[in-house]
Design a protein around this ligand. Structure first.
Ligand code: PLP
Length: 426
C-alpha cells in the first residue's frame, strides 16, 4: 500500500474528470460510448485495448468504485455488481462447473445459506456447510470436485470471527482459493487478502455505502492465485469458448479473474451495478474509517452495558472478554469487533416482540451497517419459516435480538434500549 488507508478511501480510483475538471467523480449516466473508428471498436472487443463499450460491462463511475475498493482491500482488481448476492455468484462463476462444490462455513448470512443450499443447485453446483472453527473438518469436507472455500470475516448475525489464517492454510494445502465475505468487517477492520484470502466479496449495501441507500456488491481479486497450477479452473487457464478462445490467465496474469468477470460474467449474467448506485457507495467510502471507528466504539459500549444488565441473558459480541472469539478478534479485527451482535433477553419470544415494538430510536428493519441503529427479532422475521431447533442452531432462538449499532450519540442508543427493556419486562 503506497498511501495510507484513509487517503485511499478518498482518492483511490478517481482523478479529476479529464473532460471537465470535475473534482467529484461524475455519474456517467450513459449506456454506450462512441468508438473512435472501427479499428478502435475491434481492439476494445478483443481486449487489446482497455476502454468502455457498453455499461453492462463497464462504466467509468462503476469502475472508479471497483478500483477504490480493490485499493482498500489490497487486491489486483475488482468488479462491482448489483448486490452482495450477485457478488457471491460472480465470485463462484469463473471457478465452478456442473458437479463442482464450494466448502462453506455454517456461520453465514441467512440469505447466503439459502443461495448456497438451494439456488446454486440449479447450476449443478453445490455447497458443503461445515464448522469453520475446525480446520480439520474443513479439510475433511474437501474432495476432488471442490473449487473454493467460503466464509465471513465477522459472521452475521455477529458473535463469531473466522480464523482466516488457519482457514487459508487449509485452502493453500488443497490448492484451492479462499473466498471471504468481508461485508460486516469492511477493509477498515480487516483486509482478508493479508490473511491469505484469494477473493474478497462485499455487500456494498451495508457499511461501504453506510446509510441504507444502495443495493450493491463487489468482488476483489488478490491477483495472487495460480489459476493454471491444478487444471481445476479451465475458464481461466484454458482457451475460454465463451470468449472466442482467449486464455485469460496466460493473457492477463494477475488481472485474469477480473477481466473474465467483466468480459464473460457481467456480459452474460448481467448483474451490473448502476452508476448512480456506484456514486452513493463512493461517497460512503470517503467516510468509512470515521464511521467504522464510531460503530465499533458504540457497539463495544452498548455490548458491555447490556451484558451488565440483569434483564439480559447473554450478549454475543466478540469485543467482550466473555466471548469465546475474544482472542481471535484481537488478531483478525484488532481495531474493533464490528457493529453487529445479538443478545438474548430474559422473558422469551413475547418479551422480545414487545421490546422491538417499544424501541423508538432503533428502526426495525431487515438491514445492517447503516448510520442509524437497527434492530431485528430474527425468530419472528428472517428465521420465521424455520423450526425452533433450526432457529436455535442458527443463533436466532426465540429470545434473541440482533442489533446493528449506529453512529448516534451512544447515550441515546443506551437510553432507548433501557426504556424498551423496561417496557418489555414490566
Ligand atoms: C447483506 C449481506 C449479504 C447480501 O448482500 P445483498 O446486498 O443484500 O445482496 C451477503 N453477506 C452478508 C454478510 C450480508 O450482510
Amino acid at each position: 500500500m503506497t498511501q495510507g488507508f484513509d487517503t485511499l478511501a478518498i482518492h483511490a480510483g478517481t482523478a479529476p474528470d479529464a473532460a471537465t475538471g470535475a473534482r467529484q467523480v461524475p455519474i456517467y449516466q450513459t449506456t454506450a460510448y462512441v468508438f473512435r473508428d472501427s479499428d478502435h471498436a475491434a481492439k476494445l472487443f478483443n481486449l487489446q485495448e482497455v476502454g468502455y463499450i457498453y455499461s453492462r460491462l463497464t462504466n467509468p463511475t462503476v469502475s472508479a468504485l471497483a478500483n477504490r475498493v480493490a485499493a482498500l482491500e489490497g487486491g489486483a482488481g475488482a468488479v462491482a455488481c448489483s448486490s452482495g448476492h450477485a457478488a457471491q455468484l460472480m465470485a463462484l462463476f469463473p471457478l465452478m462447473a456442473p458437479g463442482c462444490n464450494v466448502v462453506a462455513s455454517t456461520k453465514l448470512y441467512g440469505g447466503t445459506i439459502q443461495q448456497f443450499t438451494n439456488t446454486i443447485r440449479k447450476f449443478g453446483w453445490s455447497a458443503k456447510l461445515v464448522d469453520f472453527d475446525d480446520p480439520k473438518a474443513i479439510a475433511a469436507a474437501i474432495d476432488d470436485n471442490t473449487r473454493a472455500l467460503f466464509c465471513e470475516t465477522i459472521c452475521n448475525p455477529g458473535g463469531a470471527i473466522s480464523d482466516l489464517d488457519a482457514i487459508a492454510r487449509v485452502a493453500n494445502h488443497a490448492g484451492l482459493p479462499l473466498i471471504v465475505d468481508n461485508t460486516t468487517a469492511t477493509p477498515y477492520l480487516c483486509r482478508p487478502i493479508e490473511h491469505g484470502a484469494t477473493l474478497v466479496v462485499h455487500s456494498a449495501t451495508k457499511y461501504l455505502t453506510g446509510n441504507g441507500t444502495v443495493t450493491g456488491g463487489i468482488v476483489v481479486d488478490s491477483g495472487k492465485f495460480d489459476w493454471s497450477a491444478s487444471g481445476k479452473f479451465p475458464s481461466l487457464s484454458e482457451p475460454e469458448p465463451a470468449y472466442h478462445g482467449l486464455t485469460f490467465h496466460a493473457a492477463l496474469g494477475a488481472m485474469a479473474f477480473t477481466f473474465h468477470s467483466i468480459a464473460v460474467g457481467l456480459r452474460d449474467l448481467g448483474m451490473t451495478m448502476n452508476p448512480q448506485g456506484a456514486h452513493y457507495t463512493l461517497m460512503g467510502i470517503e467516510t468509512l474509517s470515521l464511521r467504522m471507528q464510531r460503530h465499533v466504539e458504540n457497539a463495544q459500549t452498548v455490548a458491555e452495558w447490556l451484558e451488565a444488565d440483569p434483564r439480559v441473558e447473554f450478549v454475543t459480541y466478540p469485543g467482550l472478554k466473555s466471548s469465546p472469539y475474544h482472542s481471535l478478534a484481537k488478531m483478525i479485527v484488532p481495531k474493533g469487533a464490528g457493529g453487529l451482535f445479538t443478545f438474548a433477553m430474559k422473558g422469551g419470544y413475547d418479551a422480545c416482540v414487545k421490546f422491538v415494538d417499544n424501541l423508538k430510536l432503533f428502526s426495525h428493519v431487515a438491514n445492517l451497517g447503516d448510520t442509524r441503529s437497527l434492530v431485528i427479532h430474527s425468530a419472528s422475521t428472517t428465521h420465521r419459516q424455520l423450526s425452533d431447533e433450526q432457529r436455535v442452531a442458527a443463533g436466532a432462538g426465540p429470545n434473541v435480538v440482533r442489533l446493528s449499532i449506529g453512529i448516534e450519540d451512544v447515550r441515546d442508543i443506551i437510553a432507548d434500549l433501557d426504556q424498551a427493556l423496561t417496557a418489555a419486562t414490566a
